[in-house]
Design a protein around this ligand. Structure first.
Ligand code: DX5
Ligand code: ZN
Length: 222
């Protein structure tokens, strides 16, 4: 699978969100990653569906919406109607994960599930066919700019084997947290095909170079 980059707007300038999304799009971003935090599931608060609705008008790129919230079920319709393309829930926040994933698909969206660093891949064993994207957290969610936890690399490998084992070659395995040009290589080699990156994209001098670097390509200006 081609490696895709999904810049996380958590590291963008929230007062200039439209501009920062366009900069990422022009720099070669494949998806836009949107971090939704509720102050309960994670110790931070960010944005809700109205902001997703506004962002939707600024880009044609798929919106990869990462719900770091307790009780995600009650928000699925709002985020679907706001224009999310992928809706990702946390396995740790879902009592009835299969029901939640099929609800997301019934809204016409790609169904994503995220695993915290301490959560084993086997939690997904009986819902593999209900999943379109797995978001492997390589930091404890809540903040941008944290250090990559290399212990999650074997988990990526196991997840890719689990999906290969049932003939699902279409499932995206995304990695989120501490991704830069060095850590990107490790996770792609382990089987990830989507790189979520906040700081390494938005704190870079040149966004196009940063995105090309994540994909293992030479500088976009070279
Ligand atoms: C963390 C968020 C990430 C965050 C990644 O809870 O889910 O998407 O923006 O930021 P970096 O790439 O700076 O670690
Ligand atoms: Zn995220």
């Amino acid at each position: 699978m081609k490696t895709l980059v999904a810049p996380s707007i958590l590291s963008a300038d929230f007062a200039n969100l439209g501009h920062d999304i366009k900069r990422a799009e022009e720099g070669g971003a494949d998806w836009i990653h949107v971090d939704v935090m509720d102050g309960h599931f994670v110790p931070n608060l960010t944005i809700g569906a109205p902001v997703v609705k506004s962002i939707r008008k600024q880009t044609k790129l798929p919106l990869d919406v990462h719900l770091m919230v307790t009780n995600p079920d009650q928000l699925l319709l709002d985020f679907a109607e706001a224009g999310s393309d992928h809706i990702i829930v946390h396995v740790e926040a879902c009592t009835h994960l299969q029901r939640t994933l099929s609800h997301i698909r019934s809204l016409g969206k790609l169904a994503g599930v995220s695993l915290n660093p301490a959560t084993p891949p086997e939690t997904l064993q009986y819902v593999l066919n209900d999943i379109d994207e797995v978001l492997v957290m390589s930091v404890n969610p809540g903040f941008g700019g944290q250090k990559f936890l290399s212990a999650v690399v074997p988990k990526i490998r196991i997840l890719r084997q689990m999906f290969d084992g049932i003939g699902r070659k279409d499932v995206h395995i995304s990695v989120d947290g501490g991704i830069n040009a060095e850590t990107a290589k490790l996770v792609v080699e382990a089987g990830a095909n989507v790189l979520v990156a906040g700081n390494s994209v938005y704190r870079a001098d040149n966004i196009a170079d940063a995105i090309a670097g994540l994909k293992g390509q030479p500088s976009a200006r070279a």
